[in-house]
Ligand binder design. Sequence first.
Ligand code: N2P
Length: 357
Amino acid sequence: MKQLVRMFAVVMIVSLGLMYFISYLNSSAGYSGDNTLTIYNWGDYVDPELLTRFEEETGIKVIYQTFDSNEAMMTKIEQGGTTFDVSIPSEYAISKMKEENLLLKLDHSKIPNLKNIDPRFMNLSFDPDNAYSIPYFWGTVGIVYNPELVGDLTFASWNELWDQSLRNQILLLDGAREVMGMGLNSLGYSLNDTEEAHLQEAKAKLQQLTPNVKAIVGDEIKLLLANEEAAVGLVWSGDASEIMGENEKLDYVVPEEGSNLWFDNMVIPKTAKNIEGAHQFINFMLDPEVAAQNTEYVGYSSPNQAAMALLPEEISSDERFYPDEELTSRLEVYDNLGKRMLAHYNELFLEFKMHRK
Ligand code: N2P
């Protein structure tokens, strides 16, 4: 009998331990129970005060994780094992995730604030009827530079980046599409080009840029440029606006050969656990006051017309970040080039990075 009790105790202890271990695994994998919401966003891409406000208003606890490229985000979601309730990919990634059946259809009746979005940002080709994604921020890719440190250069052309005077003076954002796109654009090709000869030409041209490249970096690019650690940076427009807020000497330009126009939209990944809370969060972020506060904080361009009306004129009328038609006509949105071609872009970018070492 005693032995039986002992055995029972051992079984109990082992199963309790196992339960604890499983719950630990779940929580470290981003498990969202009813009262938590796991958000997977770009770094530096939300005002943290708004997350607290959302928690206070809804009683939902936010678990927040970040990524620094669409590629990294997609890999993590594709692999599974993590359950994110809301994520914020860019358009070509949304198109790819839809194809791979990684996204949930949204219930628009739970997002009444959708009416605040400017119709220009709705119903775009990567997600007709916004069935799977809701606009968050948008912007361009361009050059932020310090006029005091670059002589006569104004970066009207991408090719000025190759100027010998810029030795070790350029920081590049760490993005395969952005850097390859810049190489392609500098040659007069589309940033969606898939012709092998053009891609090899772009890679070879990027390799010639190597002596001028000081580093390829993530979000720290903002601090480095604001502190004048380098004279020039290839950046997303909103990062430029934040950098320029820190250091007024700097300017932002989109070279005339053209560049990228991108859209980052909120989505609910298929593996979401708190679908109700995810809709609540999306709707919360579309509230005019919330969106205006978020726009001022992160520096990116808002697709929310009700929020735009609340922003100071110096933000809403700045054509560097809210480009006019002429500039817009020179911009291209990234196409979803398909799994193989995207992998090829990544590979070429990686080869360029390795070449620097
Ligand atoms: C914010 C990154 C914005 C990403 N740190 C542009 N798609």
